[in-house]
Design a protein around this ligand. Structure first.
Ligand code: IPE
Ligand code: IPE
Ligand code: MG
Length: 255
């Protein structure tokens, strides 16, 4: 029981002050509105968004966070105009070209969450190579959710369990068995989910994993996010009390 609680990021010893956060997940929203306000194209907004993502990862590492998950393209984002989708796919390619080597050299494990099968073949290959070449790194984990939808992930996990059952494997359907089939298998759930842009919704992000995450919604647009904003979010996280369905830690013992 205690071990299970620790896996969810609770303070060691079951206290009311959360440790960490060790895993911060971010819904990086607002690139388009940022561009609109500046009178530049949305593409400029997405480019500035990539810079903000680089800053956020550096800042997270400085703050002692060991896992960062960035939501960069949802299964619903394919419905955007072709030119914008092409640009967003291009930015992921550029990430592999310009950032991967450096991150790998710093001991960062890179994982791309989402459905790899429906990515263009060259991108699928880059994703697989990036994951394989950094699989042994342990200093920090960077997960990029790309062509990712929480519902899609759960459906793929359930289908995988069903295939194993049909093949005569261990057919037990448990929370642990399902979690082990998710794209995030083996990675602790996010302690903190941050969304920028002022929208207060989850937009199909980490539906399973965020069951007990703390949420912080910020009014600023993603390209304006930096170290100060992360530090403030972490300070707010420390003011929260995580209960996991239990009682308030300092409540009187009376019934
Ligand atoms: C987030 O910014 C990036 C993606 C969803 C790819 P948006 O492009 O959604 O920006 P807004 O919400 O239109 O401002
Ligand atoms: C969520 O942002 C997806 C990403 C940040 C990649 P969206 O802009 O796609 O979400 P909605 O449409 O506002 O819910
Ligand atoms: Mg948006």
């Amino acid at each position: 029981m205690l071990a299970a609680k620790k896996d969810r990021g609770e303070a060691p010893g079951g206290g009311d002050t959360p440790a960490g956060p060790r895993h911060v997940a971010i819904i990086m929203d607002g690139n388009g509105r940022w561009a609109e306000r500046k009178g530049v194209s949305r593409l400029e907004g997405h480019r500035a968004g990539v810079e903000a993502a680089r800053r956020a990862v550096r800042a997270a590492r400085d703050c002692g966070v060991t896992i960062v998950t960035l939501y960069s393209f949802s299964t619903e984002n394919w419905s955007r105009p072709d030119w914008e989708v092409r640009h967003l796919l291009g930015l992921l390619r550029r990430f592999f070209r310009e950032d991967l080597m450096e991150l790998a050299g710093e001991g960062v494990r890179v994982r791309i969450l989402g459905d790899h099968e429906s990515l263009p073949p060259d991108l699928k290959k880059l994703v697989e190579e990036a994951e394989d070449s950094t699989a042994g790194n342990t200093a920090f984990t960077l997960q990029i959710a790309f062509n990712y939808g929480g519902r899609d992930e759960i459906v793929r996990a359930a289908a995988s369990l069903a295939r194993k059952a049909a093949a005569g494997g261990d057919a037990k359907v448990t929370e642990e068995a399902l979690a082990a089939e998710l794209d995030t298998a083996g990675v602790p759930d996010p302690d903190l989910v941050i969304r920028t842009s002022g929208e207060q919704r989850i937009s199909n992000f980490l539906l399973w994993q965020a069951a007990y995450s703390e949420f912080i919604f910020l009014d600023l647009l993603w390209p304006d996010f930096g170290k100060r904003e992360l530090e403030e979010a972490i300070a707010e996280f420390h003011r929260r009390e995580r209960r996991y369905g239990g009682r308030k830690a300092k409540a009187a013992s009376a019934p």
